[in-house]
Design a protein around this ligand. Structure first.
Ligand code: PEP
Ligand code: MN
Length: 454
């Protein structure tokens, strides 16, 4: 008996934070120097965590409520953060966009919003090839700032384990600034004017947004006239998320904490498994199945019903609510045939999952002038169809997962200003995937409101 209960405290049977090492681990860098790797891991293991177990458990509760339709989850941020852009302007602008989108959602959905940033740790990227060739020169692919550098030089592309320490410290700086902004009242619903981005006044969507802000202001004032000051409006919370890709890093921040059972990944509130690393017998599922955090799982158009049900059982064997978010990323066309059988099977089997739609990653294409882009119309169409397909299946779409930035970039085509291929040459800054700019993000938030039919 004693054995059984202590096993339960540690996590699932046969699992420990390093059990992934015995499984095939795809998308990992080949570090040239094993001693340097061991020493970086050792240092990382002694570093303070970035989040706490009680924050993680609070988020799990919120995700459980989102599953029941009582909250909506807005998850968004860069495809990849970079060390160079760990600055106050980038961080606060991204926060402003997410706050503005959540105002639109609160106003339209009449639901509390769970805000989850793709930030404070979104530094590792899966790649389609290990090597990149330019002008006959072959070098390792860029795998995110936590692994190597984006510059196309031999030095930059060499995986360096000490970058994990930099990843940890840049994540800590980011989360520290976000927490300070929020504690200082930056996210106070009484003061949405704090979130103005300089050039918003010229946006075609400005008027609609301002109208919503005014109405929310009035509702807040009205409720406070009746009920007195409402603390919740002075403080909104943000949670962090990133792709749990670089498993040495994730393992080093996986800890037990006093008065809690099991292991928590304390590098982020909400790790997710990317589409390329979701194999049932692979290292990423092995690592994630043992931690107490809620887990996201990206699912693409080629996943079968059996594969999905097996991974669900591996990641959430006790079928707990608030544990597993399935983030479908099918593409605007494929979603119509690929999603319904999955929705049907998960519903029929009574699996508790929170469904979210990532309308970005299935809609990536290249332009004739060589840019990796996404068409706003396709992004919008996928999200639009996702709502309809869930409704037809009797399931509930409880979240959206977006790549966006507060910078005025031109990376995705179309939207309120109808950006063209020529516009992409103007302000294309992403080193990886194209992101929605402020207006395109706000427009999508407005679409979510329209589609949810409230
Ligand atoms: C991402 O979220 O940046 C990503 C690589 O997504 P996916 O695993 O869905 O392709
Ligand atoms: Mn991406």
């Amino acid at each position: 008996m004693a054995m059984a209960s202590s096993q339960h405290e540690l996590g699932p049977k046969d699992w420990h934070p390093g059990s992934w090492l015995a499984k095939p681990a795809t998308q990992q860098p080949s570090y040239p120097d094993a001693d340097k790797l061991a020493s970086a891991i050792q240092t990382l293991r002694s570093m303070p965590p970035l989040v706490t177990s009680w924050e993680i458990l609070t988020l799990r509760q919120m995700l459980a409520e989102a599953e029941e339709g009582k909250r909506f989850v807005l998850q968004g941020g860069d495809c990849a953060e970079s060390f160079a852009e760990c600055d106050s302007n980038t961080i606060s602008s991204r926060l402003k966009v997410l706050l503005q989108m959540s105002v639109v959602l609160i106003h339209g959905l009449k639901l509390p919003i769970v805000r989850v940033g793709r930030f404070a740790g979104q530094y590792a990227k899966p790649r389609s090839a290990d090597l990149e060739t330019r002008d006959g020169v072959e070098l390792p692919s860029y795998r995110g700032d936590i692994v190597n550098g984006p510059e196309f030089t031999k030095e930059a592309r060499l995986p360096d384990p000490e970058r994990m320490l930099k990843g940890h410290s840049h994540s800590a700086m980011t989360i520290n600034f976000i927490r300070a902004l929020i504690d200082g009242g930056f996210a106070d619903l009484h003061h949405p004017e704090y979130w103005d981005l300089g050039w918003v006044d010229h946006s075609p969507l400005a008027r609609e947004y301002r109208r919503m802000v005014e109405q929310i202001g009035e509702s807040v004032r009205f409720m406070e006239t009746l009920a007195g000051p409402i603390g919740n409006f002075s403080r909104v919370d943000f949670y962090t998320s990133h792709e749990a890709l670089l498993l040495h890093y994730e393992q080093a921040l996986t800890r037990q904490v006093p008065r809690q059972t099991g292991f928590f990944n304390l590098s982020t509130h909400f790790p997710w498994i990317g589409m390329r690393t979701a194999a049932l017998d692979g290292a990423h599922v092995e690592y994630c199945r043992g931690i107490k955090n809620p887990i996201g799982l990206k699912i693409g158009p080629s996943v079968t019903v059996d594969q999905l049900l097996n991974v669900i059982d591996a990641l959430n064997p006790n079928n707990e609510r608030g544990k597993l978010m399935l983030i479908h990323r099918m593409g605007a066309n494929k979603i119509v045939s690929a999603l319904p059988p999955l929705l049907e099977a998960v519903r029929k089997e009574g699996k508790h999952v929170l469904w979210s739609c990532d309308p970005m990653h299935g809609n990536t294409e290249s332009t004739s002038n060589g840019f990796k882009t996404r068409r706003f119309d396709n992004i919008r169409a996928e999200l639009d169809r996702a709502f309809d397909l869930h409704q037809a299946a009797g399931t509930h779409l409880g979240g959206a997962h977006l790549e966006l930035t507060g910078d005025n970039v031109t990376e995705c085509l179309g939207g309120a200003r109808d950006l063209s291929e020529i516009d992409l040459t103007r302000a294309y800054k992403s080193t990886v995937d194209p992101r929605l700019n402020y207006e395109q993000s706000l427009e999508l938030a407005m679409l979510i409101v329209r589609k949810s039919g409230r």
